[in-house]
Design a protein around this ligand. Structure first.
Ligand SMILES: [Zn+2]
Length: 206
C-alpha cells in the first residue's frame, strides 16, 4: 500500500481485489486501523458528488465526501485515478479517468466540500495510467488541450495527472508517480482486462 499521509491510503494489487473481496478489504482496513465498513458509490465515469453520513453503497456517483470522523470513503480503480481531498473537518475522494477529468469531477468535489464548510487544504492522487502509456485517439486528445502528451512508443496520449492537478485551484497534489499500465504492482484494466480493482480510501482521523 501507499500511505502518503495520515488519513489516506492507496492499495496495490498485492492487497487483492478490494472492490469485491470482503476478506481482503477487512485485512486492509485492519492494517490501517480503520473500520471495515466503507462508504462507496457505484462508479459510472461521471462527475456527480454525494455526501456520506454512513457506510454502504450511496448510489451512482464518482465522488463522495464526509464530515464524520473515522468513516472511510473509497473509490476503486484500475487505470483511473483516485483523487483525495483533505480539509480540517472533512475528507473527500473522486474516481477520475479521462471522462471524469473532462467532466470536472474534482472541481465538483471541491465545490461540494466547500459548500458543506469543509474547504480542501491538501490533495493526493494515487496510481493511474500515465502519459507514458495512456494512448488515446484524436477524439479524446482533442478534449485535453494543453495536457496532450506522447507515449513511450511515440503515439498520442493524455496526461491525466496534469489535467486533474489543473482542477485543484492551486492546491499542490501529492502524486504517486506509479503508472498502472507498465508498473507490475498495479491492476490495469487496459493491460489485462481485469475485473479486479485497487482501492483509494480516505478518512478523517478521530
Ligand atoms: Zn506507463
Amino acid at each position: 500500500m501507499i500511505q502518503p499521509r495520515a488519513g489516506v491510503a492507496f492499495s496495490l494489487a498485492a492487497a487483492g481485489d478490494l472492490r469485491n473481496d470482503r476478506a481482503a478489504r477487512a485485512q486492509f482496513s485492519a492494517e490501517l486501523g480503520i473500520p471495515t465498513a466503507w462508504a462507496t458509490v457505484r462508479q459510472v465515469h461521471g462527475s456527480h458528488v454525494v455526501e456520506a453520513s454512513g457506510a454502504g453503497d450511496l448510489g451512482e456517483a464518482d465522488a463522495l465526501f464526509t464530515l464524520r470522523p473515522m468513516l472511510p470513503v473509497a473509490v476503486f480503480t484500475a487505470d483511473c485515478a483516485g483523487v483525495v481531498l483533505g480539509a480540517d473537518n472533512g475528507v473527500g475522494i473522486a474516481h477520475a479517468g479521462w471522462r471524469g477529468a473532462v467532466g470536472g469531477v474534482v472541481s465538483r468535489l471541491i465545490a461540494a466540500m466547500t459548500d458543506a464548510g469543509a474547504v480542501p487544504r491538501w490533495a493526493a492522487i494515487g496510481p493511474f495510467i500515465s502519459p507514458c502509456c495512456f494512448e488515446v485517439g484524436p477524439d479524446v486528445a482533442g478534449l485535453f488541450g494543453d495536457h496532450v502528451a506522447t507515449t513511450s512508443w511515440g503515439t498520442v496520449s493524455v496526461d491525466l495527472g496534469r489535467s486533474l492537478q489543473g482542477q485543484l485551484e492551486g492546491l499542490e497534489a501529492w502524486q504517486s508517480g506509479l503508472c498502472t499500465f507498465h508498473d507490475g504492482s498495479s491492476f490495469s484494466h487496459r493491460r489485462d482486462a481485469t475485473p479486479a480493482r485497487m482501492a483509494a480510501v480516505a478518512w478523517l482521523p478521530a
